[in-house]
Ligand binder design. Structure first.
Ligand SMILES: [Zn+2]
Length: 99
């Protein structure tokens, strides 16, 4: 079982720094220029999209290109600290699920 305590603060800082670097990259600029939210598929101006970790750093996710997607502010705040599997379960069961 993964708990917050298994995550070192240091690792958290490293992943945050990596995310910041990727946010400056051409790769990310192209992503947000396409203007599509990863979660709802809606179109947004690039300044309305935030960088989102599919698996949050707090749940062991890394700041890699495969784990970073553009999300509109609404989806980003809806998602919070759930993993994708938990979101699917939550919607299916219509109740709070936390592994
Ligand atoms: Zn969205």
């Amino acid at each position: 079982m993964i708990t917050e305590n298994n995550m070192s603060d240091n690792n958290f800082k490293i992943e945050k720094a990596k995310a910041r670097k990727l946010r400056q990259s051409q790769w990310w600029k192209q992503k947000i220029e396409s203007g599509v939210c990863h979660y709802c598929g809606g179109s947004f101006p690039d300044d309305a999209l935030t960088m989102d970790h599919i698996v949050p750093i707090s749940r062991g996710g890394k700041s890699t290109k495969g784990n970073l997607v553009p999300a509109c502010k609404k989806c980003n705040s809806n998602k919070k600290y759930y993993t994708p599997a938990e979101i699917i379960l939550k919607e299916k069961l219509d109740q709070d699920v936390y592994f």
